[in-house]
Design a protein around this ligand. Structure first.
Ligand code: PLP
Length: 377
């Protein structure tokens, strides 16, 4: 059954029992202390995960709503530059095309390093707002947010960072890195249900917020409501999702942010060891600034195999991993290791993947499960 599959995707991820349980309760008023306290708990934990002193605003909408809120409130009518090395970088550019006076793509092949030289010339050419995807989920590459932030500050540009699949799973220091607007999605590293986005905004960005923001995604209105006692949102929020996100945040707080990031790094390291043992190629091409993602691993599908057969075998064993998106379909597979993922879940995933690799005819160099197990004990 579909709902019994172990989701080892780069979102959505399996939900801890406690998170599922709170969604089953009776409705509550969203203008009252109980809701306000839940929102306050979420903000307290997210601040630590974003690495910011600013209170993230929570929007009822998926990660893309957060991306659109960022662009519409800070890039509308302005000249924007979009760093692209995967699907979500492209999406930011597409959103920019709807709002910016000029949207300039700075393109690299998916999974290859961003062009920081291209960024510098766009900024010298008057671009005022920059977008970058921190963890490019489509390609499994982690982009250098700190470097991009430094360049943006030098040119006094606003820096919008999509942290949809990094925040909560990898180190993010929005304030130290010069990130003005950061976005996370609930169904990724936070291990909450899909449907909420959170957006943090720096003081210098608030000073430059556009005069005519969209109605539903009006971030100044979210800010005004979030400073009320009890905290509120401008319109009726997805209350059950807020309660679930609060529970997910409390679980994160119990684990500890440093421990959580260390766990994600350990899981990612184990998957990379498995890929190497199998004799498969990692997909991203990294350099001294760009590294492999610590929340999703993208590797090349064994030659001679195709996505449907390959992932079909894994699925038959009860585990769902992701394929490549768009032109990467049939070329790569992706294993998500974000959220509450445990060593036994990861080992089962690697065992099923190894089985698929072997049964589709690839001669593995050595067992990836054995290689990974050494790091997971
Ligand atoms: N940004 C990144 C890096 C993502 O991985 C995703 C979803 O996979 C999104 C944005 C879009 O988020 P959503 O699907 O929640 O709208």
């Amino acid at each position: 059954m579909e709902d019994e599959l172990l989701l080892m995707l780069p979102g959505p991820v399996p939900l801890p029992e406690r998170v599922r349980a709170v969604m089953a309760r009776q409705a509550i008023n969203h203008r009252g202390a109980e809701f306000g306290n839940a929102y306050a708990d979420i903000v307290r934990v997210l601040k630590g995960l974003f690495g910011t002193k600013n209170n993230p605003l929570v929007i009822s909408g998926s990660g893309t709503a957060g991306m659109e809120a960022a662009v519409a409130n800070f890039g509308k009518g302005r000249k924007m530059a979009h760093l692209i090395n995967g699907k979500f970088g492209e999406r930011m550019y597409t959103i920019g095309q709807r709002y910016a006076s000029e949207a300039r793509p700075i393109e690299s092949e998916w999974g290859t390093p961003l062009s920081l030289e291209g960024l510098k010339s766009a900024l010298e050419d008057g671009c005022e707002v920059v977008t970058m995807v921190h963890n490019e989920t489509s390609a499994g590459i982690l982009n250098p947010a700190g470097e991009v932030g430094k360049i943006c500050r030098k040119h006094d540009a606003l820096f919008i960072m999509d942290g949809v699949t990094s925040i909560g799973g990898d180190l993010v220091k929005a304030d130290d890195w010069g990130v003005d607007i950061a976005v996370v999605g609930s169904q990724k590293c936070l291990a909450a249900p899909a449907g909420l986005a959170a957006v943090s905004v720096s003081d210098r960005a608030w000073d430059r917020v556009v005069k005519n923001p969209p109605y539903y995604l009006d971030l100044p209105a979210y800010k005004k409501n979030a400073v009320r006692e009890p905290m509120e949102t401008p319109y009726t929020p997805a209350v059950p999702l807020f309660l679930a996100l609060r529970e997910a945040c409390l679980i994160i707080e119990e684990e500890g942010i440093d421990a959580r990031i260390a766990r994600h790094h350990r899981m990612a390291g184990a998957v990379r060891k498995a890929v190497k043992a199998w004799g498969l190629e990692m997909f991203p091409q990294i350099d001294s600034l760009h590294t492999y993602s610590n929340t999703v691993t993208a590797a090349c599908i064994p030659t001679g195999s195709n996505d449907k057969d390959f992932r079909g075998i894994v699925k038959k064993l009860g585990i769902q991993i992701a394929g490549g998106q768009d032109h990467l379909k049939d070329k790569i597979f992706r294993i998500g290791h974000m959220g509450a993922v445990s060593a036994p879940e990861l080992l089962a995933t690697l065992a099923a993947t190894e089985y698929a690799i072997r049964t589709t005819g690839h001669q593995v160099r050595e067992s990836g499960v054995m290689a990974a197990a050494e790091d997971l004990g």
